[in-house]
Design a protein. Structure first.
Length: 473
Protein backbone atom coordinates (compact mmCIF):
# COMPACT_ATOMS: atom_id res chain seq x y z
CA UNK A 1 0.00 0.00 0.00
CA UNK A 2 1.45 3.22 -0.96
CA UNK A 3 1.96 6.18 1.37
CA UNK A 4 -0.24 9.05 0.31
CA UNK A 5 2.57 11.56 0.98
CA UNK A 6 4.82 9.82 -1.57
CA UNK A 7 2.25 9.69 -4.25
CA UNK A 8 3.72 10.74 -7.61
CA UNK A 9 1.81 12.22 -10.46
CA UNK A 10 1.61 15.20 -12.81
CA UNK A 11 -0.12 17.51 -10.13
CA UNK A 12 1.28 18.38 -6.67
CA UNK A 13 -0.61 18.14 -3.40
CA UNK A 14 -3.19 20.98 -3.32
CA UNK A 15 -2.73 21.72 0.38
CA UNK A 16 0.99 22.12 0.07
CA UNK A 17 0.65 24.40 -2.96
CA UNK A 18 -1.66 26.78 -1.12
CA UNK A 19 0.69 27.07 1.85
CA UNK A 20 3.66 27.81 -0.35
CA UNK A 21 1.71 30.42 -2.24
CA UNK A 22 0.71 32.22 0.97
CA UNK A 23 4.21 32.20 2.38
CA UNK A 24 5.65 33.50 -0.85
CA UNK A 25 3.07 36.28 -1.01
CA UNK A 26 3.93 37.40 2.49
CA UNK A 27 7.66 37.53 1.71
CA UNK A 28 6.94 39.57 -1.43
CA UNK A 29 4.74 42.02 0.51
CA UNK A 30 7.44 42.54 3.13
CA UNK A 31 10.05 43.16 0.48
CA UNK A 32 7.82 45.63 -1.31
CA UNK A 33 7.12 47.51 1.95
CA UNK A 34 10.82 47.76 2.76
CA UNK A 35 11.54 48.90 -0.76
CA UNK A 36 8.88 51.59 -0.63
CA UNK A 37 10.21 52.81 2.74
CA UNK A 38 13.76 53.05 1.42
CA UNK A 39 12.60 54.81 -1.70
CA UNK A 40 10.61 57.33 0.39
CA UNK A 41 13.64 58.12 2.52
CA UNK A 42 15.58 58.89 -0.59
CA UNK A 43 12.89 61.00 -2.25
CA UNK A 44 11.51 62.97 0.71
CA UNK A 45 14.28 63.16 3.31
CA UNK A 46 17.30 65.35 2.49
CA UNK A 47 20.18 64.24 4.67
CA UNK A 48 22.39 67.14 5.85
CA UNK A 49 25.81 66.81 4.28
CA UNK A 50 28.81 66.50 6.50
CA UNK A 51 30.22 69.63 4.93
CA UNK A 52 27.67 72.30 4.16
CA UNK A 53 29.94 73.71 1.50
CA UNK A 54 29.69 70.41 -0.42
CA UNK A 55 25.91 70.52 -0.46
CA UNK A 56 24.40 71.08 -3.89
CA UNK A 57 22.69 74.46 -4.41
CA UNK A 58 19.14 74.23 -5.64
CA UNK A 59 17.79 77.27 -7.49
CA UNK A 60 14.09 77.86 -7.72
CA UNK A 61 12.29 80.38 -9.83
CA UNK A 62 10.59 83.24 -7.97
CA UNK A 63 7.21 81.86 -8.91
CA UNK A 64 8.09 78.56 -7.25
CA UNK A 65 9.18 80.12 -3.94
CA UNK A 66 6.86 78.79 -1.25
CA UNK A 67 4.96 81.44 0.70
CA UNK A 68 6.36 82.39 4.11
CA UNK A 69 4.32 81.24 7.03
CA UNK A 70 5.78 83.71 9.54
CA UNK A 71 3.24 86.27 10.75
CA UNK A 72 3.97 89.69 9.30
CA UNK A 73 3.42 92.78 11.46
CA UNK A 74 1.00 95.12 9.79
CA UNK A 75 2.49 98.57 9.27
CA UNK A 76 0.48 101.73 8.74
CA UNK A 77 1.94 104.17 6.25
CA UNK A 78 3.40 107.24 7.95
CA UNK A 79 1.30 110.28 7.26
CA UNK A 80 2.96 113.68 7.53
CA UNK A 81 0.44 116.29 8.62
CA UNK A 82 0.10 119.04 6.06
CA UNK A 83 0.30 122.55 7.46
CA UNK A 84 -2.37 124.83 6.13
CA UNK A 85 -0.83 127.44 3.89
CA UNK A 86 -1.95 130.88 5.00
CA UNK A 87 -2.72 133.72 2.60
CA UNK A 88 0.06 136.30 2.44
CA UNK A 89 0.07 140.07 2.76
CA UNK A 90 3.03 141.10 0.62
CA UNK A 91 3.04 144.85 1.03
CA UNK A 92 1.28 147.99 2.27
CA UNK A 93 1.31 151.28 0.35
CA UNK A 94 -0.24 154.66 1.07
CA UNK A 95 -0.94 157.40 -1.45
CA UNK A 96 -2.47 160.86 -1.12
CA UNK A 97 -4.53 162.58 -3.76
CA UNK A 98 -6.30 165.77 -2.76
CA UNK A 99 -8.35 165.09 0.39
CA UNK A 100 -8.27 161.33 -0.13
CA UNK A 101 -5.78 158.95 1.50
CA UNK A 102 -5.62 155.58 -0.27
CA UNK A 103 -4.33 152.48 1.54
CA UNK A 104 -3.42 149.50 -0.67
CA UNK A 105 -2.59 145.98 0.54
CA UNK A 106 -0.81 143.61 -1.86
CA UNK A 107 -2.00 140.00 -1.41
CA UNK A 108 -1.30 136.64 -3.01
CA UNK A 109 -5.02 135.81 -3.21
CA UNK A 110 -8.47 137.30 -2.83
CA UNK A 111 -9.51 137.77 0.79
CA UNK A 112 -12.75 138.54 2.62
CA UNK A 113 -12.56 141.64 4.81
CA UNK A 114 -14.56 144.10 6.89
CA UNK A 115 -13.74 147.35 8.66
CA UNK A 116 -15.00 149.84 11.22
CA UNK A 117 -13.90 153.10 12.82
CA UNK A 118 -13.22 153.96 16.46
CA UNK A 119 -12.84 157.20 18.45
CA UNK A 120 -10.45 158.40 21.16
CA UNK A 121 -8.07 158.14 19.39
CA UNK A 122 -9.41 157.99 15.87
CA UNK A 123 -8.74 154.64 14.24
CA UNK A 124 -9.75 152.53 11.25
CA UNK A 125 -9.75 148.78 11.98
CA UNK A 126 -9.46 146.25 9.15
CA UNK A 127 -10.37 142.62 9.89
CA UNK A 128 -8.98 139.79 7.74
CA UNK A 129 -8.80 135.99 7.87
CA UNK A 130 -5.63 134.69 9.49
CA UNK A 131 -2.77 135.63 7.18
CA UNK A 132 1.02 135.49 6.96
CA UNK A 133 2.64 138.93 7.07
CA UNK A 134 5.53 139.31 4.62
CA UNK A 135 6.20 142.96 5.43
CA UNK A 136 9.33 144.98 6.15
CA UNK A 137 8.58 146.48 9.57
CA UNK A 138 11.18 149.17 9.02
CA UNK A 139 9.54 150.36 5.80
CA UNK A 140 5.92 150.67 6.91
CA UNK A 141 4.21 153.89 5.83
CA UNK A 142 3.49 156.51 8.50
CA UNK A 143 2.70 160.19 8.82
CA UNK A 144 1.20 160.29 5.34
CA UNK A 145 -2.09 162.03 4.55
CA UNK A 146 -4.68 161.06 7.16
CA UNK A 147 -2.57 158.11 8.34
CA UNK A 148 -0.41 158.52 11.44
CA UNK A 149 0.85 154.95 11.78
CA UNK A 150 -0.34 151.36 11.43
CA UNK A 151 -0.11 148.06 13.31
CA UNK A 152 -0.90 144.48 12.31
CA UNK A 153 -0.92 140.95 13.70
CA UNK A 154 -2.96 137.96 14.82
CA UNK A 155 -6.03 139.19 16.69
CA UNK A 156 -7.64 135.83 17.48
CA UNK A 157 -7.30 132.25 16.19
CA UNK A 158 -8.25 132.40 12.52
CA UNK A 159 -8.47 136.21 12.44
CA UNK A 160 -5.83 138.85 11.66
CA UNK A 161 -6.22 142.60 12.08
CA UNK A 162 -4.70 145.87 10.91
CA UNK A 163 -5.22 149.07 12.89
CA UNK A 164 -4.65 152.44 11.22
CA UNK A 165 -4.22 155.42 13.53
CA UNK A 166 -5.55 158.55 11.84
CA UNK A 167 -5.21 162.22 12.73
CA UNK A 168 -8.86 163.26 12.30
CA UNK A 169 -12.40 161.87 12.14
CA UNK A 170 -12.56 159.81 8.94
CA UNK A 171 -14.91 157.74 6.87
CA UNK A 172 -14.08 154.87 4.54
CA UNK A 173 -15.38 156.34 1.31
CA UNK A 174 -14.62 153.30 -0.84
CA UNK A 175 -13.37 149.75 -0.31
CA UNK A 176 -12.80 147.19 -3.04
CA UNK A 177 -10.63 144.36 -4.39
CA UNK A 178 -8.60 144.62 -7.61
CA UNK A 179 -7.81 141.44 -9.56
CA UNK A 180 -4.22 140.76 -10.69
CA UNK A 181 -3.42 142.58 -13.95
CA UNK A 182 -0.13 142.68 -15.89
CA UNK A 183 1.83 140.75 -13.28
CA UNK A 184 0.42 142.65 -10.29
CA UNK A 185 -0.91 140.87 -7.23
CA UNK A 186 -4.38 140.95 -5.75
CA UNK A 187 -4.97 144.34 -4.12
CA UNK A 188 -7.29 145.47 -1.34
CA UNK A 189 -8.02 149.20 -1.41
CA UNK A 190 -9.40 151.51 1.29
CA UNK A 191 -10.07 155.15 0.44
CA UNK A 192 -10.20 157.39 3.53
CA UNK A 193 -11.58 160.91 3.61
CA UNK A 194 -12.00 163.30 6.52
CA UNK A 195 -15.46 163.95 7.92
CA UNK A 196 -17.12 165.97 10.66
CA UNK A 197 -17.16 164.88 14.29
CA UNK A 198 -20.98 164.67 14.14
CA UNK A 199 -20.97 162.45 11.06
CA UNK A 200 -18.24 160.29 12.57
CA UNK A 201 -20.25 159.71 15.78
CA UNK A 202 -23.39 158.94 13.77
CA UNK A 203 -21.49 156.26 11.86
CA UNK A 204 -20.09 154.90 15.12
CA UNK A 205 -23.60 154.65 16.62
CA UNK A 206 -24.79 152.73 13.57
CA UNK A 207 -21.84 150.33 13.88
CA UNK A 208 -22.60 149.63 17.55
CA UNK A 209 -26.28 149.06 16.79
CA UNK A 210 -25.34 146.44 14.20
CA UNK A 211 -22.93 144.78 16.64
CA UNK A 212 -25.60 144.62 19.36
CA UNK A 213 -28.03 143.08 16.89
CA UNK A 214 -25.45 140.43 15.97
CA UNK A 215 -24.78 139.61 19.63
CA UNK A 216 -28.49 139.25 20.38
CA UNK A 217 -28.98 137.00 17.36
CA UNK A 218 -26.02 134.87 18.40
CA UNK A 219 -27.23 134.58 21.99
CA UNK A 220 -30.73 133.47 20.93
CA UNK A 221 -29.43 130.97 18.38
CA UNK A 222 -26.96 129.35 20.80
CA UNK A 223 -28.83 128.12 23.91
CA UNK A 224 -26.73 127.67 27.02
CA UNK A 225 -27.32 125.40 29.95
CA UNK A 226 -28.06 127.19 33.24
CA UNK A 227 -24.71 126.09 34.60
CA UNK A 228 -22.81 127.43 31.61
CA UNK A 229 -24.66 130.70 31.63
CA UNK A 230 -24.46 131.53 35.33
CA UNK A 231 -21.61 129.64 36.96
CA UNK A 232 -17.95 130.51 36.88
CA UNK A 233 -15.14 127.94 37.19
CA UNK A 234 -13.87 127.26 40.66
CA UNK A 235 -10.25 128.13 41.34
CA UNK A 236 -8.00 125.09 41.49
CA UNK A 237 -5.57 126.26 44.18
CA UNK A 238 -2.78 124.00 45.39
CA UNK A 239 -3.85 121.88 48.34
CA UNK A 240 -1.93 119.77 50.80
CA UNK A 241 -2.55 116.76 48.54
CA UNK A 242 -1.21 118.33 45.33
CA UNK A 243 2.49 118.32 44.58
CA UNK A 244 3.14 121.43 42.52
CA UNK A 245 2.49 125.15 42.81
CA UNK A 246 0.75 126.69 39.80
CA UNK A 247 2.40 129.77 38.29
CA UNK A 248 0.91 131.94 35.52
CA UNK A 249 3.35 133.66 33.17
CA UNK A 250 1.99 136.47 31.02
CA UNK A 251 4.10 137.51 27.99
CA UNK A 252 3.13 141.13 27.44
CA UNK A 253 1.49 142.39 24.24
CA UNK A 254 1.21 140.14 21.15
CA UNK A 255 -0.43 139.92 17.75
CA UNK A 256 -1.73 143.26 16.55
CA UNK A 257 -0.23 144.92 19.66
CA UNK A 258 3.58 144.89 19.14
CA UNK A 259 4.47 146.76 22.31
CA UNK A 260 7.52 149.00 22.23
CA UNK A 261 10.06 148.86 19.41
CA UNK A 262 13.78 148.55 20.24
CA UNK A 263 16.74 150.51 18.89
CA UNK A 264 17.53 147.73 16.39
CA UNK A 265 13.87 147.01 15.61
CA UNK A 266 13.23 144.28 18.21
CA UNK A 267 9.55 144.09 19.10
CA UNK A 268 8.54 143.86 22.73
CA UNK A 269 5.92 141.16 22.01
CA UNK A 270 8.64 138.83 20.66
CA UNK A 271 11.10 139.58 23.46
CA UNK A 272 8.53 138.92 26.18
CA UNK A 273 7.41 135.66 24.58
CA UNK A 274 10.97 134.33 24.29
CA UNK A 275 11.80 135.30 27.88
CA UNK A 276 8.53 133.82 29.19
CA UNK A 277 9.20 130.49 27.48
CA UNK A 278 12.67 130.40 29.03
CA UNK A 279 11.20 131.16 32.46
CA UNK A 280 8.58 128.44 32.00
CA UNK A 281 11.26 125.83 31.32
CA UNK A 282 13.34 127.02 34.28
CA UNK A 283 10.38 126.73 36.66
CA UNK A 284 9.17 123.37 35.41
CA UNK A 285 12.61 121.73 35.42
CA UNK A 286 12.69 122.08 39.22
CA UNK A 287 9.74 119.69 39.49
CA UNK A 288 8.08 122.03 41.99
CA UNK A 289 5.96 124.12 39.65
CA UNK A 290 3.31 123.77 36.98
CA UNK A 291 3.25 126.72 34.58
CA UNK A 292 0.39 128.11 32.52
CA UNK A 293 1.11 130.68 29.81
CA UNK A 294 -1.52 133.31 29.02
CA UNK A 295 -0.28 133.15 25.42
CA UNK A 296 2.28 130.86 23.82
CA UNK A 297 2.37 132.36 20.33
CA UNK A 298 2.17 135.73 18.63
CA UNK A 299 -1.50 136.50 19.26
CA UNK A 300 -3.42 139.37 20.83
CA UNK A 301 -5.09 138.83 24.20
CA UNK A 302 -7.18 141.35 26.08
CA UNK A 303 -5.90 142.46 29.49
CA UNK A 304 -8.89 141.03 31.36
CA UNK A 305 -8.59 137.75 29.44
CA UNK A 306 -4.99 137.38 30.59
CA UNK A 307 -6.13 137.47 34.19
CA UNK A 308 -9.01 135.13 33.34
CA UNK A 309 -6.65 132.50 31.91
CA UNK A 310 -4.57 132.57 35.08
CA UNK A 311 -7.52 132.41 37.46
CA UNK A 312 -9.22 129.56 35.60
CA UNK A 313 -5.96 127.59 35.82
CA UNK A 314 -5.93 128.17 39.59
CA UNK A 315 -2.63 130.05 39.50
CA UNK A 316 -1.13 131.02 42.85
CA UNK A 317 1.15 133.66 41.35
CA UNK A 318 0.88 135.85 38.26
CA UNK A 319 4.09 137.13 36.63
CA UNK A 320 3.67 139.50 33.68
CA UNK A 321 6.80 139.97 31.54
CA UNK A 322 7.44 143.27 29.72
CA UNK A 323 10.25 145.45 28.35
CA UNK A 324 10.19 149.24 28.61
CA UNK A 325 11.20 152.13 26.37
CA UNK A 326 11.92 155.77 27.25
CA UNK A 327 13.22 158.82 25.45
CA UNK A 328 16.45 158.82 27.50
CA UNK A 329 18.43 156.06 25.76
CA UNK A 330 20.96 155.90 28.60
CA UNK A 331 18.35 154.54 31.03
CA UNK A 332 18.69 150.80 31.62
CA UNK A 333 17.98 148.11 34.19
CA UNK A 334 15.22 145.80 35.41
CA UNK A 335 12.30 146.92 37.59
CA UNK A 336 9.30 145.23 39.22
CA UNK A 337 5.84 146.72 39.64
CA UNK A 338 2.93 145.84 41.88
CA UNK A 339 -0.60 147.23 41.96
CA UNK A 340 -1.48 150.42 43.77
CA UNK A 341 -4.20 153.05 43.50
CA UNK A 342 -1.47 155.68 43.67
CA UNK A 343 1.66 155.46 41.54
CA UNK A 344 5.04 155.52 43.30
CA UNK A 345 6.32 158.16 40.87
CA UNK A 346 5.44 159.98 37.67
CA UNK A 347 7.34 157.51 35.47
CA UNK A 348 5.42 154.57 36.98
CA UNK A 349 2.12 156.34 36.34
CA UNK A 350 3.07 157.00 32.70
CA UNK A 351 4.13 153.39 32.20
CA UNK A 352 0.88 152.03 33.67
CA UNK A 353 -1.15 154.37 31.46
CA UNK A 354 0.77 153.15 28.39
CA UNK A 355 0.42 149.44 29.25
CA UNK A 356 -3.29 149.84 30.03
CA UNK A 357 -3.83 151.03 26.45
CA UNK A 358 -3.04 147.59 25.04
CA UNK A 359 -6.70 146.86 24.28
CA UNK A 360 -7.13 150.26 22.69
CA UNK A 361 -4.05 149.73 20.50
CA UNK A 362 -5.50 146.45 19.22
CA UNK A 363 -8.68 148.14 18.04
CA UNK A 364 -10.96 147.38 20.98
CA UNK A 365 -13.85 149.77 21.61
CA UNK A 366 -13.44 150.73 25.28
CA UNK A 367 -15.98 153.56 25.32
CA UNK A 368 -18.82 151.12 26.05
CA UNK A 369 -17.01 149.35 28.92
CA UNK A 370 -18.51 149.59 32.38
CA UNK A 371 -16.73 151.45 35.18
CA UNK A 372 -16.25 148.12 36.96
CA UNK A 373 -14.05 146.89 34.13
CA UNK A 374 -11.97 149.98 33.46
CA UNK A 375 -11.39 151.32 36.97
CA UNK A 376 -8.66 150.08 39.29
CA UNK A 377 -10.44 150.82 42.55
CA UNK A 378 -9.60 148.17 45.10
CA UNK A 379 -11.70 146.31 47.62
CA UNK A 380 -10.64 145.04 51.01
CA UNK A 381 -10.02 141.49 49.82
CA UNK A 382 -7.67 142.81 47.17
CA UNK A 383 -5.57 144.68 49.70
CA UNK A 384 -4.36 141.44 51.28
CA UNK A 385 -3.41 140.20 47.82
CA UNK A 386 -1.53 143.48 47.31
CA UNK A 387 0.46 142.80 50.47
CA UNK A 388 1.42 139.35 49.19
CA UNK A 389 2.36 140.86 45.84
CA UNK A 390 4.69 143.29 47.62
CA UNK A 391 6.39 140.42 49.47
CA UNK A 392 6.80 138.53 46.18
CA UNK A 393 8.37 141.59 44.55
CA UNK A 394 10.80 141.96 47.43
CA UNK A 395 11.82 138.30 47.21
CA UNK A 396 12.41 138.64 43.47
CA UNK A 397 14.52 141.79 43.91
CA UNK A 398 16.77 140.07 46.47
CA UNK A 399 17.65 137.33 43.98
CA UNK A 400 17.71 139.44 40.82
CA UNK A 401 20.20 141.98 42.17
CA UNK A 402 22.80 139.20 42.27
CA UNK A 403 22.31 138.36 38.61
CA UNK A 404 21.29 141.38 36.51
CA UNK A 405 21.46 145.16 36.50
CA UNK A 406 18.52 146.76 38.30
CA UNK A 407 16.90 150.15 37.95
CA UNK A 408 17.22 152.37 41.04
CA UNK A 409 14.15 152.05 43.28
CA UNK A 410 13.60 148.67 41.68
CA UNK A 411 10.23 147.92 43.28
CA UNK A 412 7.63 150.42 42.07
CA UNK A 413 3.86 150.83 42.27
CA UNK A 414 1.22 151.81 39.73
CA UNK A 415 -2.31 151.06 38.55
CA UNK A 416 -1.68 148.27 36.05
CA UNK A 417 -4.96 146.72 34.91
CA UNK A 418 -3.32 143.32 34.32
CA UNK A 419 -2.37 143.11 38.02
CA UNK A 420 -5.91 143.58 39.28
CA UNK A 421 -6.79 139.96 40.18
CA UNK A 422 -8.33 140.12 43.68
CA UNK A 423 -7.10 136.71 44.86
CA UNK A 424 -3.75 136.13 43.14
CA UNK A 425 -0.46 137.86 44.07
CA UNK A 426 0.73 139.53 40.88
CA UNK A 427 3.85 141.34 39.68
CA UNK A 428 4.87 142.97 36.43
CA UNK A 429 8.54 142.54 35.52
CA UNK A 430 9.99 145.21 33.22
CA UNK A 431 13.01 143.16 32.17
CA UNK A 432 14.93 146.10 30.72
CA UNK A 433 14.80 148.97 28.23
CA UNK A 434 14.64 148.22 24.52
CA UNK A 435 15.48 151.89 24.02
CA UNK A 436 18.94 151.14 25.44
CA UNK A 437 21.24 149.24 23.07
CA UNK A 438 22.92 147.16 25.81
CA UNK A 439 19.65 146.17 27.46
CA UNK A 440 18.23 145.28 24.04
CA UNK A 441 21.25 143.08 23.24
CA UNK A 442 20.96 141.39 26.65
CA UNK A 443 17.25 140.66 26.27
CA UNK A 444 17.85 139.08 22.86
CA UNK A 445 20.68 136.90 24.22
CA UNK A 446 19.74 133.30 25.13
CA UNK A 447 22.33 132.97 27.90
CA UNK A 448 21.18 136.24 29.50
CA UNK A 449 17.56 135.06 29.32
CA UNK A 450 18.47 131.81 31.10
CA UNK A 451 20.37 133.63 33.86
CA UNK A 452 17.47 136.03 34.36
CA UNK A 453 14.99 133.15 34.46
CA UNK A 454 17.03 131.25 37.07
CA UNK A 455 17.13 134.32 39.30
CA UNK A 456 13.33 134.65 39.07
CA UNK A 457 12.98 130.97 39.97
CA UNK A 458 15.08 131.50 43.09
CA UNK A 459 12.88 134.46 44.01
CA UNK A 460 9.75 132.35 43.59
CA UNK A 461 11.34 129.61 45.74
CA UNK A 462 12.10 132.19 48.41
CA UNK A 463 8.51 133.47 48.31
CA UNK A 464 6.89 130.06 48.81
CA UNK A 465 9.38 129.18 51.55
CA UNK A 466 8.26 132.34 53.38
CA UNK A 467 4.58 131.51 52.87
CA UNK A 468 5.02 127.99 54.19
CA UNK A 469 7.04 129.21 57.15
CA UNK A 470 4.33 131.73 58.02
CA UNK A 471 1.64 129.04 57.73
CA UNK A 472 3.53 126.75 60.10
CA UNK A 473 3.59 129.31 62.90
Amino acid sequence: MRNAGSRAGPYPNPTMNVGRFVRGGLRLAVMLAVGVALLGSVLFVSPRPANAADAPTLRMSPQATPPKTARLKATRPKVTPQKTKLPKIMGVRVGVRGTRTRIVLDMDQKLAFDFFTLPAPYRVVLNLPEVSWNLDVNALPKQKGLLTRLRYGLFAPGASRMVFDVNAPVQVKKSFIIKPVSGNRWRLVLDLTSTTETRFLETLAQQRARERKKRVALATSTPQSPRTATSRPALQRKTAHSSKHIIAIDPGHGGVDPGTIGRSGAREKNVTLALSRTLKRALEITGRYKVVMTRNRDIFLRLRDRVKVAREAGAELFISIHADSVSNHATRGLSIYTLSEKASDREAAKLAAKENKSDLIAGIDLTAESQDVTSILLDLAQRETMNQSTLLAQDLVRELRRQVRLLPNTHRFAGFAVLKAPDMPSVLVEAGFLSNRQDERNLLNRAYQRNLARAIVRGVDRHFAGVEEASAR
